[in-house]
Design a binder for this molecule. Structure first.
Ligand code: HAM
Length: 451
């Protein structure tokens, strides 16, 4: 009897070509983080259930994969990294240098209804700046996010960053139409305004028991989100200090060269309950996809987890929508599979000499003139087929992207030589066995294949 198993709903298998895309994305995340002075951290894949109940918000709690372990402890797979990070900082706050600039690339789990851009298991790049309450830290996080998006080849025509400020916006809402005790309902609605059509929005108003005044104003906000004129008109009713603060922040973003990409956006309020101030979301400029990244300031969370009062700001970017967007905009490099450097072709009866050469090349260390760096170990591949047909094996060598093929055939070996074939210009030379290693290194350097 055979049983067919499928990967669980909302998860992905990463075959080699999928894995190459994942590595490409993660490598850019990692190098941009390091360039901006962030250090990599990680934590456990599962935590106490209570860690998420404290301050993540109802939506995320409803999406937890939770379980009870053998010791009767309530645990949950991490739906996000921020609570783990806050716990880690709270635990060792006294001994950590300030400010703390950390990044992580965890797998996260949310029992969402799988749909385009949203899965149950995904990878999320987190960048967090802790211990600095200034707007400079907010802007630095934004700059890291923008740099990564630019490095992926995305531009202002592909993405937009909508930002808002929870504290200022709360002030504006309460001074116009929201009663202070209704503020969390207001945020619940605002978080969904752009995602819902008119019908769903009205059902939402009903569910949240909105007054007529609230309905009118939420409709006005929904209309103002994409209209600078309506937005300006609506903002005129706000307290002057709120308007001034928002204008000043906008100006500072412009000074950092971010004006083209960043826009004040009323619909960005963020679903997570721990945000306290500046918040932002990266969205597809053509409005086709779900949010690519989101984050903001969460100044109270570390204190809430038993640490000192420590302001913090950060964001998370998932791999799922990012990959969809990169594919849609043709921004994924064509071949991400790491190419071989050398392909060893064995046309001898015995494989001992070939095996020895392969081991030597894989361990070899050399100084690349071209890149001025020391390379350790070449990527060496060989054939596992039984054929000794050199033409066919050369095709296999080209297929795996190798720049150089080494051919071990009786005719050359008997003369103490091996044949080196440059697979870029198709030239070949016989080289004395003791010189083979150096000649391969030289050929690779010349072909500029080694960076
Ligand atoms: P979030 O908005 O819940 O924020 O998630 C950030 C990003 O993670 C989303 O924009 C999306 O790209 C990705 N993401 C979230 N859920 C899924 C899913 N089910 N499938 C695929 N991708 C998903 C947070 O998680 C905050 N903890 C971010 C943060 C870090 N704030 C401060 N520091």
């Amino acid at each position: 009897m055979t049983v067919n198993f499928q990967a669980p709903k909302g998860t992905r298998d990463f075959y080699p070509s999928d894995m190459a895309v994942r590595r490409y994305i993660e490598d850019i995340w990692r190098s941009v983080s390091v360039r901006h002075g962030f250090q990599e951290v990680d934590g456990p894949t599962f935590e106490s259930l209570d860690l998420y109940k404290v301050k993540s918000g109802d939506e995320i709690i409803s999406q937890l994969f939770s379980f009870v372990d053998r010791g009767e402890r309530d645990l949950a797979l991490r739906p996000e990294f921020t609570p783990t990070l806050a716990r880690m900082v709270a635990q060792k706050a006294a001994g950590l240098p300030r400010p703390i600039k950390w990044f992580s690339i965890p797998r996260c789990y949310r029992a969402e209804q799988p749909q385009k851009g949203r899965l149950r298991e995904f990878i999320q790049w987190n960048v967090d700046f802790i211990g600095d309450a200034s707007e400079r830290a907010d802007r630095e996080c934004l700059a890291v996010c923008v740099d990564a998006l630019l490095e992926f080849g995305l531009t202002a025509s592909d993405i937009r960053i909508g930002w808002n400020h929870r504290e200022l916006f709360t002030k504006a809402l309460c001074s116009t139409f929201v009663a202070p005790q209704r503020i969390s309902n207001a945020y619940y609605i605002l978080d969904r305004l752009q995602k819902y059509d008119v019908q769903a929005r009205h059902a939402l108003y009903q569910q949240q028991q909105c007054t007529e005044l609230e309905r009118e104003n939420f409709d006005a906000i929904a209309a103002a989100v994409n209209s600078p004129q309506l937005l300006a008109a609506w903002m005129n009713s706000w307290p002057a200090d709120v308007r001034d603060s928002i204008n000043a922040f906008e100006q500072r973003l412009a000074d950092k060269g971010l004006a083209e990409i960043c826009r004040f956006d009323l619909s960005v309020v963020r679903g997570l309950a721990y945000y306290t101030g500046f918040v932002f979301e990266v969205i597809d400029a053509q409005g086709q996809n779900r949010a690519i990244a989101g984050g903001g300031r969460y100044d109270k969370l570390i204190e809430m987890f038993g640490g000192p009062a420590m302001p913090a700001v950060g964001f998370g970017m998932g791999d799922v929508v990012l990959e969809i967007l990169l594919r849609q905009r043709n921004k994924l490099p064509a071949n991400l599979m790491p190419p071989a450097d050398v392909f060893v072709i064995n046309a001898l009866e015995d494989s001992a000499a070939a095996d020895q050469l392969i081991a030597q090349l894989r361990r070899s260390q050399w100084n690349s003139e071209h890149s001025k760096i020391i390379r350790r170990g070449l990527n060496v591949q060989t054939s596992y087929r039984s054929t000794r047909n050199i033409g066919k094996l050369l095709q296999e060598a080209s297929g795996c992207g190798a720049r150089v093929a080494v051919i071990l055939a009786a005719e050359e070996i008997n003369r103490g030589m091996m044949k080196l074939k440059n697979l870029v210009d198709r030239t070949e030379t016989d080289v004395a066995v003791p010189d083979v290693l150096n000649r391969i290194h030289a050929l690779l350097t010349d072909s500029q294949a080694m960076v």
